[in-house]
Design a protein around this ligand. Structure first.
Ligand SMILES: *[C@@H]1O[C@H](CO)[C@@H](O)[C@H](O)[C@H]1NC(C)=O
Ligand SMILES: *[C@@H]1O[C@H](CO)[C@@H](O)[C@H](O)[C@H]1NC(C)=O
Ligand SMILES: *[C@@H]1O[C@H](CO)[C@@H](O)[C@H](O)[C@H]1NC(C)=O
Length: 637
């Protein structure tokens, strides 16, 4: 029979229609295509959260944060532990387990779980809010199940697992020599070489899926606690389940990029640090590790049926509890707002999953606007080529000039930094300055004496270009002799101060410093043809000198990434105890952006809400307070 053309066309279109549906459903099933976002109960409730408290937080997340992509609500550890006097995070014998040795929610804290319903009703309620439901589980099997020697469920038969004509029990599969190092009495690995060990893990994860779980944080399996056998087998189970469940690995103490390469394809996110709490030391500790995983190209590597993300841990902001506490939220975050900004900026540009940890019932406006900042969220979800960007320099109000080549010292006590100091003008060492005319309008004054580092470039100060006139006429050119204010970098309005007050270690060496230009006498300098730069205020002369970095100063950092519309994201971080002017040459931006050249940028710095309308052709710079950050969105050509 001959088909009429119209019928052929119809079946042809229908074929494409099917193709379209197929490709649509495949892409919608792609797991964790952007870093997962949500809320986790640990930072604000430790382990003691109740069903009411959990659902209240979920409700607020759905109303206030779901629109910004916060989607997963996760119950953290020990939801199965009875909260009676003296139970803590490593007490043995207080867990609620079923006849098959599986953890089930403590019915006192999770009343809807009674009658064997597990988390089904909680998951249903979370789903009805438009959210996804996650739980935390430990490695392997509980010590309590091993002590009870529970039989193992064979989910294919619904009866006890039998092999080689015998029934298998918890004591056959529990590896007593592989208890969880940080919860010795709680859990141990199971032997995944045994059919019974595999059957036990299947019985756990199939039950989680039957409850309606969408996200599993599997703890005590990664980093120091690496348990590749369990991760591998659990990943196989999750791959075969009908329910798409994100697989998250924890903790990440001493995690390395090589470890990550072994698990990234099996999971959707994995912690790369130990627990993060609200201390500056914890925030600062994330920079090196985030850099290393970015450099190893782990950000957005392929993962379990989708993508995987190095995880910097929850954001402990807002209203919190304490680590390992038996109390709910009772205190506010101890990070300053600058430190919080730094944390959120790093988490964003390193594309870490954003799991908010504070009690949502008590979230304040500042915290809310921080975690919902549209630029932060855009960068976190959609930027690409995110890496640390080492081509920066920094000058502190203490006159510090960090050498970019030595910017990431592992042992700060070995790090040497250059500082602007003051000395007597008769000191022959003071005549090290030379004027360089860059063009008609701009001159810089550079220190010509040998200073290592800095890409072989000299340290320079820039003539301030301003319509404001100083009281003395300023003349230009190689014959220039006169007074002028000097900038830390070409486009930044931070001037060199000659405050004679601050001393470093010895009385003969006094620091210069940078601060906002004010036209005060202590910011006016006089250049002499013998190469000295005399402070009009103190009569002393500027000099560059090397000093040891302060041990508490972790340096300056920068990250770069590309946006969806070709915009460039550039973050500066000041981990030092002193405020810094941080700068990069516009032409250096290309070094962090493969295949691009950059000559000029306009844009915006988002934390100070500063617009850069005039093209920046030489330098992008910002004054960044101690522990603070700057985040630029740049349109460059
Ligand atoms: C440089 O010239 C100034 C001004 O004449 C003078 O005060 C100073 O002592 C000279 N310094 C040196 C090191 O030659
Ligand atoms: C310096 O300032 C003048 C006057 O404000 C302006 O016309 C000129 O473009 C500026 N030059 C530079 C290099 O910024
Ligand atoms: C920067 O470059 C733009 C475009 O090339 C030019 O219009 C502008 O005058 C330059 N600005 C400075 C300060 O050189």
């Amino acid at each position: 029979m001959k088909h009429s053309p119209s019928i052929s066309l119809t079946s042809f279109s229908f074929f494409f229609f099917l193709l379209l549906i197929a490709s649509f459903s495949v892409s919608s099933e792609e797991r964790a295509s952007t870093p997962p976002r949500g809320w986790n109960s640990y930072d604000s409730y430790s382990w003691i959260i109740s069903e009411d408290e959990f659902l209240q937080n979920a409700e607020i997340l759905s109303q206030k944060l779901h629109a910004q992509g916060y989607e997963y609500v996760v119950v953290d550890f020990l939801w199965y532990r009875r909260k009676v006097t003296d139970t803590g995070t490593d007490s043995l014998g207080f867990d609620v387990i079923d006849e098959w040795g599986r953890m089930i929610p403590d019915p006192d804290r999770w009343p809807s779980s009674s009658g064997g319903k597990g988390f089904t009703e909680v998951a249903n309620k979370v789903h009805s809010m438009g959210l996804k439901f996650g739980i935390h589980v430990m490695r392997g099997i509980s010590t309590q199940a091993v002590n009870a020697n529970s039989p193992i469920l064979d989910t294919t038969t619904g009866r006890a697992y039998e092999e080689s004509s015998r029934v298998w029990h918890a004591q056959d599969i529990g590896l007593t020599e592989k208890t969880c190092a940080w919860m010795q009495h709680g859990f141990m690995s199971v032997n995944t070489d045994l059919g019974a060990g595999k059957a036990f893990l299947r019985s756990l994860y199939q039950q989680y899926a039957s409850w309606g779980v969408d996200f599993i944080k599997n703890d005590c399996v990664f980093g120091n606690d690496l348990n590749i056998n369990e991760i591998t087998y659990i990943s196989e189970i999750l791959k075969e389940l009908d329910r798409p469940i994100l697989y998250s690995l924890s903790p990440g103490t001493s995690a390395t990029p090589d470890m990550a390469k072994a698990v990234s394809g099996l999971s959707n996110m994995y912690r790369i640090t130990g627990d993060d709490w609200d201390t500056w030391a914890d925030v600062a500790a994330h920079f090196d590790v985030a850099r290393d995983f970015a450099a190893a190209k782990m950000i957005g590597a392929s993962g379990l049926l989708g993508t995987s993300w190095p995880d910097l841990d929850m954001l402990p902001l807002g209203y919190l509890t304490d680590p390992g506490s038996n109390e709910g939220p009772h205190r506010t975050c101890r990070l300053t707002i600058k430190e919080q900004r730094t944390q959120v900026t790093l988490w964003s540009i390193a594309k870490s999953p954003l799991m908010f940890g504070g009690d949502l019932r008590n979230i304040d406006d500042t915290t809310f606007s921080l975690i919902t900042n549209p630029t932060v969220l855009e960068i976190n979800s959609y930027s690409s080529n995110n890496v640390e960007f080492p081509y920066i320099s920094g000058v502190g109000p203490s006159g510090r000039n960090y050498e970019p080549s030595k910017m990431f010292p592992t042992r700060m006590e070995e790090s040497v930094v250059e500082v602007v100091g003051l000395t007597s003008c008769k000191d022959p060492k003071a005549s090290g300055w030379l004027i360089e005319g860059l063009d008609q309008d701009l001159e810089r004054i550079c220190w010509k004496k040998n200073m290592e580092g800095r890409h072989g470039e000299p340290f320079c100060l820039y003539k301030r270009n301003s319509s404001v006139k100083s009281d003395k006429e300023i003349t230009y050119g190689s014959q220039y002799l006169g007074t002028l204010p000097l900038l830390a970098s070409e486009n930044a309005d931070f001037c060199l101060n000659a405050s004679p007050r601050r001393k470093i270690t010895s009385s003969e060496f006094t620091r210069g410093s940078f601060s906002r230009c004010t036209w005060n006498a202590n910011q006016i300098w006089e250049f002499h043809s013998n190469g000295t730069l005399i402070s009009s205020y103190s009569g002393q002369c500027a000099i560059m000198k090397k000093v040891k970095a302060n041990d508490a100063d972790a340096g300056i950092r920068s990250w770069i990434a590309t946006g969806r519309s070709g915009e460039i994201y550039l973050a500066f971080f000041n981990l030092n105890q002193v405020d810094m002017v941080i700068a990069t040459h516009v032409s250096d931006l290309a070094k962090g952006l493969p295949g691009r050249s950059v000559t000029s940028c306009t844009g915006k710095e988002i934390w100070t809400d500063t617009d850069y309308i005039q093209p920046m052709n030489d330098t992008v710079a910002a004054m960044v307070d101690s522990h603070d950050s700057a985040l630029f969105v740049l349109n460059c050509n």
